[in-house]
Design a binder for this molecule. Structure first.
Ligand code: SAH
Ligand code: SF4
Ligand code: F3S
Length: 473
């Protein structure tokens, strides 16, 4: 696709803003007060970032926000499709909204996000969830004002889930809910088609934002005082492949590192297939790049990795980890893994277990394989019974719990530079913070420390967090 076709034109975006203003008048007149919205987010950081744009558009329409669906004139569920469990939760929440709609028939209910992009879901909502007014996928997010106007004008249900490659919409309005940490998308979509994964079907093709746009965003956030900026993409290592200028993710990171200000750069997610030595070198060199690498390996068996269409072997993965540790001796390593991919044998699971024991990740996100209709893996024979897979899963979790516990215990007695990022609500440890490597720390200390980098003395740990006190500033 030509670059002009990839980027939504400024005229089209202006038109959406005009429609938003029109809707602002419409809601003010029909309600006789300013409207309220409840936006509920179910997915990953990308999904969270989308919700912030959705809220930005709603705010332009005059909405304020509530966390009580019953109190809202508009409810939006921003959904995730990555596992069946995520979808079930959404259906449960959607069902519960029928009561509110009966009490307030003018309430507008929207279903958006990755789950909504699937035809099978749209069909089910059309038939069985008749109180839902508007259904649209991530690719149509920027057109939200127009879609909502159609609902308001016609009073009929609107579905916008066309299977399109997707575009880039710059400068969408945004509500950032946090004053310390911010997300910046560097690319959208995924071209990898891992055989188990629904994301490429619901998020469209890979498209990278212009480097200058990203630099401008990060500069503005740094100037506003944001202390942690996370660069987002399904596979940030694909950044730039589709751009006219030669600029890969390592180049982008190096350019961002030059921006003035005291802030940390994080990114997710990296795909081992194209996580290069160049990227790891750039991380090691850039003092603003957090010493944290989230590198999902998914399986320790090269046979399973091939069936997953991951594009690397166990040995190649381990080589990358060795290199990362060689250039960043204190790097924090985390990963994702799937247990029970169709056809996985116990011996292959053991290879996953042995990889986990060999690498000793600081933390691991473990998932039981969940068949996603429409993906190639969902068609494969899957002979291992659920109980068997659950046993493997429990074994893996037990091994990782020990490793995380041991890794965290090693912090006790050390001093760490942390970013205090919020309040916990727990009087014993009122502050929450992160080490540079991203480990969670609960701290004692004054509330005004939020938003600052501090030194913490680590006094305790468990498998999921560290505990400590703030040292003198
Ligand atoms: N783009 C990211 C991951 C996005 S999904 C990447 O490639 O690393 C987040 C995680 O969900 C994946 O890493 C994988 O471990 C898990 N996942 C994806 N599809 C799944 C499925 N069908 N069943 C179980 N886990 C899945
Ligand atoms: Fe899914 Fe693979 Fe793309 Fe990640 S890289 S989003 S796991 S298809
Ligand atoms: Fe994220 Fe879930 Fe979509 S993990 S990309 S919200 S399917």
């Amino acid at each position: 696709m030509e670059r002009e076709q990839v980027c939504v034109s400024p005229e089209q975006l202006t038109r959406q803003r005009e429609i938003a203003q029109e809707l602002k008048d419409y809601f003010a007149q029909t309600l006789g007060r300013s409207p309220k919205a409840f936006v509920d987010t179910f997915g990953c950081q990308q999904n969270v970032a989308d919700s912030q744009n959705l809220m930005g558009m709603l705010r332009e329409m005059g909405f304020s926000f509530t966390t009580d669906a019953a109190d809202a004139d508009l409810v939006a569920l921003n959904t995730c499709a990555v596992r069946e469990h995520a979808e079930k939760r959404v259906y449960g929440n959607l069902g519960a909204l029928t009561h509110g709609k009966k009490a307030n028939p003018r309430q507008i209910i929207c279903l958006c996000g990755c789950m909504a992009q699937q035809q099978r879901v749209a069909d089910k909502v059309r038939q069985s969830y008749r109180h839902v007014d508007l259904v649209f996928g991530p690719q149509a997010l920027w057109q939200f004002p127009e879609l909502l106007r159609r609902v308001c004008r016609t009073g009929s249900r609107v579905f916008s889930i066309d299977d399109v490659p997707g575009q880039i919409a710059e400068d969408l309005p945004i509500v950032r809910e946090d004053a310390v940490k911010a997300w910046v998308s560097v690319m959208y979509g995924c071209n990898n088609f891992c055989s188990y994964c629904i994301v490429p079907y619901v998020r469209g093709r890979e498209r990278s934002r212009d480097k200058e746009r990203i630099l401008a965003d990060v500069r503005a956030l740094a100037a506003e005082g944001y202390r942690e900026i996370t660069l987002l993409g399904q596979n940030v290592n694909s950044y730039g492949k589709d751009l006219p200028q030669a600029c890969d993710f390592a180049d982008l990171l190096a350019a961002l590192n030059e921006i003035e200000g005291d802030f940390l750069l994080r990114f997710m997610t990296s795909h081992p297939k194209d996580a290069s030595h160049k990227l790891l070198d750039a991380m090691a060199r850039c003092e603003k790049a957090a010493p944290h690498l989230h590198l999902p390996f998914q399986s320790g068996s090269s046979r399973v990795l091939r069936a997953m269409n991951r594009g690397y072997t166990r040995e190649e993965y381990l080589e990358l980890i060795d290199y990362a540790r060689a250039v960043m001796p204190h790097v924090v390593l985390t990963s994702d893994v799937i247990v029970g991919f169709p056809g996985e044998t116990e011996a292959e699971f053991e290879e996953t277990l042995s990889l986990v024991k060999e690498v000793e990740f600081d933390a691991l996100f473990t998932f039981l394989y969940s068949p996603r209709p429409g993906t190639p893996a969902a068609e494969l024979p899957d002979p291992a019974p659920r109980e068997e897979k659950q046993k493997w899963f429990d074994r893996l979790l037990k091994a990782q719990t020990e490793i995380s516990g041991k890794k965290h215990a090693a912090y006790v007695g050390t001093r760490q530079r942390v970013l205090v990022d919020g309040l916990t609500g727990d009087a014993r440890w009122p502050l929450s913070a992160r080490t540079a490597g991203g480990r969670l720390v609960h701290l004692t200390g004054p509330e005004d420390a939020v938003g600052t980098f501090r030194t913490a003395e680590i006094t305790g740990s468990n498998t999921w967090a560290l505990f400590g006190t703030l040292a003198e500033a």
